[in-house]
Design a protein around this ligand. Structure first.
Ligand SMILES: *[C@@H]1O[C@H](CO)[C@@H](O)[C@H](O)[C@H]1NC(C)=O
Ligand SMILES: *[C@@H]1O[C@H](CO)[C@@H](O)[C@H](O)[C@H]1NC(C)=O
Ligand SMILES: *[C@@H]1O[C@H](CO)[C@@H](O)[C@H](O)[C@H]1NC(C)=O
Ligand SMILES: CC(=O)N[C@H]1CO[C@H](CO)[C@@H](O)[C@@H]1O
Length: 271
């Protein structure tokens, strides 16, 4: 009971600044209003980091906020957190509830996302291979003037044997994940680029820096190419700014949402 109470207090504390200003104060470090925890102690300020342990660990997941982009929306994600039980209202603890699309922010796609028979057969995020989602990975910069075509894939000269690649694109330079309006002009894979990757490389984890690995013009065709074999895992909406290109150990953990074809995911790179 004590542990439970402590963990719910801790959870409430750690999310309490990241949500809708109406329900929660805004978190610091975003240019918005400072977070004010209701402790009455002025210097009680949480520390929020992108890099941990003196540069050894990079957090490459985006914070989930009400003003982050959401697929197809001009208004961003909007309110996703509520505080139905609060200490101010006499509850023993603060207990938040959340509601959000499973493909929000930094997230993973399961094969059921674009194949109905895979969905029905249960290929949900709980079935994704943690062995693919964790291990040595290459962070690579792609040419900024094109979507990811077969030609681009060929020009990257990714060595055979590399199983996990995070593709940094113009999306990062344009800070698209920091703009609330969904933007269809993001860079992603064209169908021939996806085909090239699947047939000519050993890559099983494909990461990208906007909400879809597939360019908007080839949205479904590219997804179909990637997910048909049920071997490639797609991680989208990664935060790849301020991380040097190179080889890391990537660690990505989706939630075990039974029956869901997508899930928010926490990803880090370790040097
Ligand atoms: C409890 O909190 C809600 C939302 O913050 C508020 O609207 C309501 O008036 C509160 N109820 C009481 C009894 O304080
Ligand atoms: C990538 O494709 C999208 C359409 O899917 C297009 O709007 C955008 O301009 C292309 N980007 C580049 C850099 O060619
Ligand atoms: C694989 O690479 C070869 C050599 O570049 C190319 O001819 C072939 O079309 C590629 N396969 C696919 C499916 O793109
Ligand atoms: C610890 C914590 O998050 N406390 C919050 C509990 O909820 C009230 C609102 O009722 C907030 O003001 C506190 O910050």
């Amino acid at each position: 009971m004590k542990a439970l109470l402590f963990s719910s207090l801790f959870l409430a504390l750690s999310v309490s600044c990241a949500a809708e200003p109406a329900a929660y104060p805004v978190f610091p470090g975003t240019g918005a209003a400072e977070c004010s925890l209701s402790s009455g102690v002025d210097d009680l300020k949480p520390v929020r980091q992108e890099i941990y342990d003196g540069g050894r660990i990079y957090d490459i997941s985006h914070r989930i906020t009400s003003h982050m982009p959401s697929w197809g929306s001009t208004e961003g994600l909007g309110q996703f957190l509520w505080l139905p039980a609060s200490m101010k209202n006499g509850s023993l603890a603060n207990n938040s509830e959340m509601k959000l699309p499973t493909h929000t922010g930094t997230h993973v796609d399961a094969p059921g996302h674009v194949f109905d028979h895979y969905f029905d057969a249960g290929f949900d995020v709980d079935t994704l291979d943690l062995g693919v989602l964790n291990g040595p990975a290459l962070l690579v910069d792609v040419p900024r003037d094109k979507n990811i075509t077969a030609e681009v894939m060929e020009s990257l000269h990714i060595p055979k044997g590399i199983r996990r690649v995070l593709f940094r694109t113009l999306n990062t330079d344009r800070r698209l994940m920091h703009k609330k309006e969904f933007d269809t002009s993001y860079v992603g894979f064209m169908k021939d680029g996806a085909k090239w990757l699947v047939e000519n490389t050993s890559i099983k984890l494909v990461g990208i820096d906007y909400l879809s690995v597939a360019a908007y013009d080839d949205l479904i065709p590219s997804h179909l190419v990637f997910l048909e074999g049920r071997e490639v895992i797609l991680v989208e909406g990664l935060k790849l700014e301020d991380v040097p290109a190179g080889i890391y150990s990537v660690h990505c953990l989706p939630l075990r949402l039974l029956g869901a074809e997508g899930s928010p995911i926490r990803c880090i790179l370790i040097k």
